[in-house]
Design a protein around this ligand. Structure first.
Ligand SMILES: [Zn+2]
Length: 275
């Protein structure tokens, strides 16, 4: 997530909830103290195996309902630095993101690389699909400066509760360079997630951290910030979105996989409370 209005504000660090600020809660966050060595190339030889976990739930009539839960394989988590930002309308941004079950040095290296990209591009939040990794991982630091604020890593996040109160905020997105527009979102959320070590935790977020979290969480659901804009706001950035679509076509030689011209607000995108 990016927007110049959010950067360099001295008040930002104070908007973080205590649970995310205190080092006494270190198990809930990953503080980036040390750079990790560039090891872990061993995943490259492992084939891509789409591991499926079948979760069972009972229907009302008592029969079993099988629900697919895609789990990331080592190949899904393999990457070659430096990571690059994936821009709209690349279909990677709409692809399904897999749950992470392996918490190892490779994952720490990926997190480290994501923070590097985020800072270099003046971002305050970044999701894994935005760097071409379709896995359920996000990083953010609402201060947006390396060495300042807190670096937060959330893996396999879920939203348990949204506040009824919603607020407007001018958002930017690293996958939409130069575009900022108003998006309405709940003011606070109650979430649970795993940290970099795989430890499960839950907490409440409000203010800017809640805003950044929801923007990045949307990425993990394949939802982009303009999906949540009113038609009026969308009209104000339509030309810029079309320019990105043309840029994609010129670069790849393929037609844009989606067009804002034909955009209709998707039901899934306007309904909060689904996680
Ligand atoms: Zn974004």
């Amino acid at each position: 997530m990016a927007c110049s209005a959010w950067l360099h504000s001295s008040s930002l660090s104070h908007t973080l909830l205590p649970v995310l600020c205190r080092q006494t809660t270190i198990s809930t966050i990953f503080l980036r103290f040390n750079r990790l060595s560039s090891a872990a190339r061993f995943f490259s030889s492992i084939g891509r195996t789409n591991a499926l976990v079948l979760a069972q739930a009972k229907r009302r009539d008592g029969s079993l309902l099988l629900k697919e839960d895609l789990v990331a394989s080592p190949a899904d988590l393999h990457f070659e630095p430096p990571l690059k930002i994936v821009e709209y309308p690349d279909p990677i941004l709409r692809a399904r993101n897999k749950r992470i079950v392996t918490f190892d040095d490779n994952l720490k290296k990926l997190v480290d690389e994501m923070f590097d990209v985020m800072y270099k591009t003046d971002g305050i939040g970044l999701s894994a699909p935005q760097v071409g990794m379709n896995v359920q991982l996000m990083v953010f630091n609402p201060v947006g400066e390396c060495g300042e604020g807190e670096e937060i890593v959330l893996i396999n996040p879920r939203v348990n509760k949204y506040s009824k109160k919603k607020v407007l905020f001018n958002e930017g997105c690293l996958s939409f360079p130069g575009i900022c527009a108003d998006v309405q979102r709940p003011e606070s959320v109650k979430i649970d997630a795993r940290d970099i070590n795989g430890t499960r935790f839950s907490f409440n977020l409000s203010g800017l951290p809640a805003r950044v979290f929801q923007h990045e969480f949307d990425h993990l659901e394949g939802i982009l910030f303009f999906d949540r804009m009113t038609e009026e706001v969308l009209d104000s950035i339509r030309i810029q979105l079309q320019a990105l679509e043309k840029k994609y076509e010129d670069k790849t030689g393929f037609p844009s996989p989606e067009r804002v011209e034909a955009h209709r607000r998707r039901k899934a995108a306007v309904g909060f409370g689904k996680s």
